[in-house]
Design a protein around this ligand. Structure first.
Ligand code: NUP
Length: 245
């Protein structure tokens, strides 16, 4: 009985993934060009923000702050509002990467963010696991914070972007704080791979400049979830980019 109940709930929510299942309906597509970074640390706040802006964004990105605060069960609750991207920046040996990605997709995430600097075999294992569950992989090519280009310099970022393409990743993460780098990385990957760009708002990046530089989605967190009116803030970003996409 218990098992049947669980299965029924999963079908209704279309979230918990199993190997080989067709999850095409649950994959995010570009409509607004916006992804919400939801780094609040308790479930009630997370669901409140998701309910307020879920229909304005194409996905909700969560990471260690929320998942360590609530557990992975928050994924199925958030997935009612928008597809969920797990920003775990997975960076381990292939076997450990596979184990992490399996948890991510079984929990119902549509995509996972991984590090590319661990090398081709580690990245390939994430892509393979994602494919088994109908999920997607984004590889971090360059980070958005001021120190983000210290080790991820021009050569390294471009090599990681090229590796992401070769490995069959769905896309890369590139910094909205450096639109020139987004443009250069777009030139490396061509039109096939997607670019998601964090750093809009609180980190100083402009949504319009980032999209103009070649990003498919901008990511904003604090500027939305810390605002008095999160929906109003999300709407502002949406309006800023809607003519560009
Ligand atoms: O390079 C990166 N920069 C970055 O800010 C890669 C990331 N994944 N992020 C994440 O994007 C960061 O961890 C946070 O979840 C989000 C940006 O949030 P905010 O600065 O808009 O609040």
């Amino acid at each position: 009985m218990k098992k049947a109940g669980k299965t029924k709930r999963r079908e209704k929510l279309k979230v918990g993934r199993t190997k080989g299942e067709d999850m095409s309906e649950n994959v995010f597509e570009r409509k607004s060009g916006m992804i919400l970074a939801l780094d609040v640390t308790d479930e009630a706040s997370a669901l409140e923000v998701a309910a307020a802006v879920g229909d304005l964004v194409d996905a909700v990105k969560i990471g260690y702050p929320l998942v360590l605060g609530t557990g992975l069960s928050v994924v199925s609750k958030l997935a009612k509002y928008a597809p969920v991207i797990a920003d775990f920046k997975v960076a381990d040996i292939p076997n450990t990467n596979r184990l992490i990605c399996e948890h991510v997709f079984k929990a119902g995430c549509a995509a996972v963010i991984v590090q590319g600097f661990t090398g081709p075999d580690s990245l390939a294992e994430c892509v393979k696991t994602a494919n088994e569950y109908g999920g997607k992989v984004f590889a971090v090519a360059e980070m958005s914070h001021p120190g983000g280009d210290h080790f991820f310099d021009d050569r390294v970022s471009k090599e990681i972007a090229a590796l992401a393409k070769k490995s069959g990743a769905f896309g890369i993460v590139a910094p909205a704080t450096r639109p020139d780098r987004v443009k250069e990385l777009r030139a490396v990957i061509g039109g096939e791979l997607k670019i998601i760009s964090p750093g809009v708002g609180s980190q100083g990046g402009s949504a319009a400049d980032t999209i103009k530089a070649g990003a498919d989605w901008v990511i904003a967190g604090r500027s939305i979830y810390n605002a008095k009116d999160p929906r109003g803030e999300a709407q502002k970003i949406k309006t800023e980019i809607e003519k560009l996409i």
